[in-house]
Design a protein around this ligand. Structure first.
Ligand SMILES: [Zn+2]
Length: 114
C-alpha cells in the first residue's frame, strides 16, 4: 500500500526526532541509531535520501536517512540512520524495530551511535 504522506526533506529528517517528532536544536544533543541492513536488502535507491520505515505494530512511519556511498557514516557500517532527541526515544525505537519482523528481515543490527 502506498502512503500518501509526503516524505520530508533530508534536512528535516536529520533535525527532527523520528520517534516523538521533537525538533532537535542545532546545539543538540542529538542522538542517533545507526542500522546495518542485511546484505541481500537493496536500499541503493534511497542513497543520500530519506527512507520511510513503517512500524506496523504501532501504525507509525519513522523516517531514516540513508547516507551516500563513501560517506563517513557508511564507512562506519551504518547503512541507514535515525535521528533522535534522547536516549529514551532511541530505546523505544530500538525496541519497536526489534519486534517488527518485516523490518527485522531488513536490519542486521541497530545501535546507538551517538
Ligand atoms: Zn524524541
Amino acid at each position: 500500500m502506498k502512503s500518501k504522506k509526503k516524505i520530508p526533506k533530508v534536512r528535516q529528517v536529520i533535525s527532527t526526532c523520528c520517534w516523538c517528532g521533537l525538533k532537535i536544536k542545532d546545539e543538540g544533543p542529538l542522538y542517533s541509531i545507526g542500522c546495518k541492513k542485511r546484505p541481500e536488502v537493496n536500499i541503493s535507491k534511497y542513497e543520500g535520501k530519506v527512507m520511510p520505515v513503517k512500524i506496523s505494530t504501532s501504525g507509525k512511519t519513522v523516517f531514516s536517512f540513508v547516507p551516500p556511498p563513501g560517506s563517513d557514516a557508511r564507512k562506519a557500517g551504518n547503512d541507514f540512520m535515525f535521528a533522535l532527541c534522547s536516549e529514551d526515544c532511541g530505546d523505544q525505537l530500538k525496541e519497536a524495530l526489534e519486534i517488527e519482523t518485516e523490518i527485522g528481515e531488513m536490519i542486521l543490527s541497530s545501535d546507538h551511535i551517538f
